[in-house]
Design a protein around this ligand. Structure first.
Ligand code: DI6
Ligand code: FE
Length: 400
């Protein structure tokens, strides 16, 4: 049995979504899980354990990026320039650019090439203390290519990052189904979802519910197929317009409703009732230069748990930085640094249905934690690129 003993750490446990700091804390790891956590002076002694002295440094749970699209090929730099010149995201998408241009590049890439391009983005996140990443498909949009993307996503973990995969075949209507969205939805429901479930390649199913993508009614059909195959659901909801996505998420028992810039009060109340997590994505808000913020005050008032994530994707959120997204959540959306860190730990774990396994430092959970070159947890959401992990532990072992 491998046992390790972390001592003299300033541990922000994130219990209950608060810093919940243990000032001179100790944490004992056994077989990859937290066997004991508490003050250093009360820690049980074990002569055989390997001791790691944090020397007063801050320790937090490993960060969780609960919404990314980081498996894709190619770039959309040209489109960024068009948008800076005044074209809107919707105009570019309607003119055949946007998601579809990434679909063509992703289909053309072999699995090995796709992996080579994607690993760079995963490593960037991992280098900032991220230990769990959700990755969506959605740039394949046919059976073989969606499964290729999910397989590549799964292969990226390699024992140092926990990967959760989400099937987002309902991201856009592919060229073969142009003008026939209902036929494509039928294909997603009767072919792509069953195949992903059969090969155990997806942990959840997501839909881009938007006027430029799929309607609430089409979303419901996809969700029914997902449930029939035992898969949880998530939704890109109310990002560019109010489609009633928040209420739909609640009524569908979704793990999370993501974006929510245009969500209304009734939808938020329904999410609170259903326990649906709100995933806020300040990167997309920033890159699209949106004006309308998600209703953070209403989310707080109704007690909806708020997660934040990078949304790492080539079109609307080309970024792979946990530090940047926590800072942006505070500066752009008005979260407190504590809410931002809860958004990338406990609440992000909830958005993946993993809150009993990760997201806080408590007995029984996976020993995913970061020793930071910092002393105060508020520093993590206050800076961009200035704080690096001193060491990252994944399932109790130091990551090389
Ligand atoms: N919402 C987004 O912001 C991304 N997907 C989605 O459903 C955009 C993805 C892209 O433009 O490539
Ligand atoms: Fe997204």
């Amino acid at each position: 049995m491998v046992s390790r003993h972390l001592v003299h750490a300033r541990i922000a446990t994130m219990r209950g979504g608060r810093y919940s700091v243990i000032d001179d804390g100790a944490l004992r790891v056994e077989d990859g899980r937290i066997a004991w956590i508490g003050p250093s002076n009360a820690a049980p002694r074990d002569a055989g354990a390997e001791v790691v002295d944090a020397k007063g440094a801050l320790v937090t749970p490993g960060l969780v990026d609960c919404h990314t699209h980081l498996v894709y090929a190619g770039t959309r730099a040209g489109e960024h320039a068009l948008r800076l010149g005044g074209a809107t995201y919707e105009e570019i998408a309607r003119a055949g650019g946007g998601i579809l241009s990434t679909v063509l590049a992703t289909r053309a890439a072999s699995a090995a090439e796709l992996r080579r391009q994607s690993v760079v983005r995963l490593e960037a996140l991992a280098g900032e203390g991220v230990t769990t990443v959700e990755i969506k498909s959605g740039y394949g949009l046919d059976l073989d290519n969606e499964l290729k993307c999910l397989r590549v996503a799964r292969s990226l973990g390699d024992g140092h990052v926990r990967i959760r995969t989400t099937l987002l075949a309902a991201h856009a209507v592919p060229p073969e189904f142009k003008g026939r969205p209902d036929d494509y939805v039928a294909h997603v429901c009767s072919d792509i979802i069953p195949a992903a479930a059969r090969d155990q390649l997806a942990d959840a199913v997501d839909v881009f519910c938007e006027r430029i993508a799929f309607s609430p009614e089409q979303t419901q059909r996809v969700f029914e197929a997902a449930r029939a195959h035992g898969l949880r659901v998530k939704i890109h909801a109310d990002q560019l317009s109010n489609q009633g996505g928040a209420a739909l998420a609640a009524e569908s028992g979704a793990l999370s409703a993501d974006h929510l810039e245009h969500a209304d009060e009734a939808g938020i109340a329904a999410m609170a009732q259903a326990g649906t997590v709100a995933v806020l994505l300040p990167g997309a808000f920033y890159f699209l230069r949106e004006q309308r913020k998600p209703p953070v005050e209403a989310l707080r008032r109704h007690g909806v748990p708020m997660a934040i994530a990078t949304d790492c994707n080539p079109g609307t959120s080309p970024m792979a930085s946990a530090g940047a997204v926590m800072s942006m959540a505070c500066t752009l959306f008005g979260l407190t640094p504590e809410e931002a860190l809860a958004g990338m730990t406990l609440n992000a774990a909830r958005a993946l249905g993993l809150e009993s396994e990760i997201g806080t430092l408590e007995r029984g959970k996976h020993a995913d934690f970061v020793i930071w070159e910092a002393g105060d947890p508020a520093e993590l959401a206050t800076q961009i690129g200035m704080i690096r992990p001193r060491a990252v532990f994944f399932a109790g072992s130091v990551r090389p």
